[in-house]
Write a protein that binds this ligand. Structure first.
Ligand code: PGA
Length: 255
């Protein structure tokens, strides 16, 4: 069975005190994960260390702490950046790469992202690789080609073993933080298409095993319907992940 993942992306929100309180609440949720279910919480970089300590103290399994980014180079004179090796040394297990906000505000290209994927995998981090089209592309009806290209340019240099370590997150940009969710039919259609693109390159067996998360205004009220789609394997959640009760309901919506 494919992994089902509820991933929180806190983005650049919360003070340390607020973050600790939210994490305490999430770690206290009375939830018994099935073997294929996971929760990943991507906290701001300064909170990685305390978050990992809290997770460890809680003894909870199937819950992981993620970084929201990692640099493409291994080490050196890159002031302000965080390396995959540093993250690994902290005990971080996952890293979000290629979020549309990083592509837009920090000009991350498909080529840079391919390098970030490689560097992250080299340090045994699981990339949660984001893709997704802007509204103009959706309106032009060319979203499939657009998203397929993002995947091909940043992931298709990987060998099959490496590819299978990656989690893909489809996040249509027009649905991020807008309250406008893709319908479950739109999400399912794109996820099935992405799986067919993966199958075309790596074979159907490999494609069947890959988790593809949906992101873009996922909340308690729509998580059940989205996660029930055959090719939607959970969600990457921004706004709603900042409210413990909302994210708890999203966790419980995992199939
Ligand atoms: P949102 O963000 O849930 O607030 O739309 C999702 C994301 O950017 O990952």
């Amino acid at each position: 069975m494919r992994k089902q993942i509820a991933a929180a992306n806190w983005k650049m929100n919360l003070t340390l005190g607020q973050a600790e309180k939210l994490l305490d609440n999430l770690l206290a949720i009375d939830w018994t994960p099935k073997t294929h279910q996971e929760v990943v919480i991507a906290v701001p970089a300064p909170y990685l260390f305390p978050a990992l300590a809290k997770l460890k103290a809680s003894g909870r399994e199937h819950i992981y702490i993620a970084s929201q980014n990692a640099y493409s180079e291994v080490s050196g004179a890159y002031t302000g950046e965080t390396s995959a090796e540093m993250l690994q040394s902290l005990g971080v297990t996952h890293v979000i790469l290629g979020h549309s906000e990083r592509r837009e505000h920090f000009h991350e290209t498909d080529e840079v992202l391919a390098k970030k994927v490689d560097t992250s995998l080299a340090y045994h981090l699981i990339p949660i690789f984001c893709c997704g089209e802007p509204l103009s592309i959706r309106e032009a009806g060319t979203q499939n080609a657009f998203v397929a290209r993002q995947i091909e340019k940043s992931l298709f240099h990987l060998d099959v073993t490496s590819l299978q370590k990656v989690v893909i997150a489809y996040e249509p940009i027009w649905a991020i933080g807008t309250g406008k969710t893709a319908s479950s039919a739109q999400a399912q259609e794109m996820h099935a298409f992405l799986r067919s693109v993966l199958a075309g390159k790596y074979g159907a067996t490999v494609a069947e095993k890959m988790s593809i998360l949906y992101g873009g205004s996922v909340k308690a009220a729509n998580a059940n319907e989205l996660f029930a789609c055959a090719d939607v394997d959970g969600g990457l959640v921004g706004g709603a992940s900042l409210v413990a009760g909302e994210f708890e309901a999203i966790i419980r919506a995992l199939q």
